[in-house]
Design a protein around this ligand. Sequence first.
Ligand SMILES: *Cc1c(COP(=O)(O)O)cnc(C)c1O
Length: 395
Amino acid sequence: MSVSTDPLEPPRLGEPYLLTPGPLTTSFAVKQAMLRDWGSWDDDFRAMTREIRRRLLALLGAGAEAFDCVPMQGSGSFAVEAMLGSFIPRDGKALVLANGAYGQRAAQTLRYLGRAHAVLDKGDYLPPRGAEVAQILAQDPAITHVVAVHCETSSGILNPVAEISEAAYAAGRKLLIDSMSAFGAIGLEPAQIRYEAMVSSANKCIEGVPGFGFVLARKAEIEAAEGNSHSLSLDVHAQWAALETTGQWRFTPPTHVAASFLEALRAHEAEGGVAARGARYARNRDVMVAGMRQLGFETLLDSRWLSPIIVTFFCPADRNFEFSRFYDLMKAKGFILYPGKLTVVDSFRIGCIGQMDEHVMRRVVAAAKETLAEMGVASAAPPAAALKERAKLAA
Ligand SMILES: *Cc1c(COP(=O)(O)O)cnc(C)c1O
């Protein structure tokens, strides 16, 4: 068998493309990098951990010198919980900016941790704006930290983190960012946008497989976090201290995932880094959204809020449209879609991230067109209620 390592080859063995925000479609080279066992205490694995931390820090860009990188076992939510529990002191108070499932999950995490918090809940997809944040902070001096979601993956909205950061620091508070689905494709340079810590995970825009997350935080914040955490295994300071002194993760690391993630980081660099990765995803989005709009589909969000990560479409009003059937027929054509998460109207999502390019996105649109015909759906136009809902965004 000849093995091509072309980063954009199609998935093997008839695997469908995952048009989902992680786990996502990875390259063959990333999968292949898992075909070896590593001793977690061994120098070779310690060197890999060092390289992963170094490469992730470098992705921050200007201002990264003040930061350090702490990988954390588990899915992305474990890393979010580690960040919140380690950097918000027990007598601190957070303001969570929520406009979807991940903001809600951050608030739920704080409830579990017993950390005081307030929530600005913007509903399914309206962006939290700097002026609103400033107003809440002015009214509540107890708030010490603002928690923001960079790209809220439930709707695909790209939240305005720059103006949120300005509002937070103008009021003397600190910012923590869940950049899970954006990091690696959308810049978050500390020299441009001020914050104390951010988290992401292996299986999003770096295009690794799932198994760990990572915290990128100011060294001063990490040092000051000693004793804050409610949890032994999710203590960022303790994990960092072990990495610094022994070069090892504290508990069994996901060795195969780490090895493949390093391969993914090298491919990310070879592609041209954050700017090039973001440009490919933006092109994926533009080609896919233009094609879907041509079929009559409408996006939940106005173009200016559409992230290059994932896009929410309204389900067509046509009686013959049924999402589960649309899903099955698209899967049979090689594309796994993502159900929607809106509470008011039916929707579905198409991810733009992973090992795919605009040619794949053209095939996605062609498959959608064919599927609508198979289902007897004459028009992909959404119900009037959906458009009314969307009009709120412009208000
Ligand atoms: C993926 C994601 C997470 C983490 O989800 P897990 O299922 O725990 O990996 C957190 N926040 C955002 C914005 C995400 O996209």
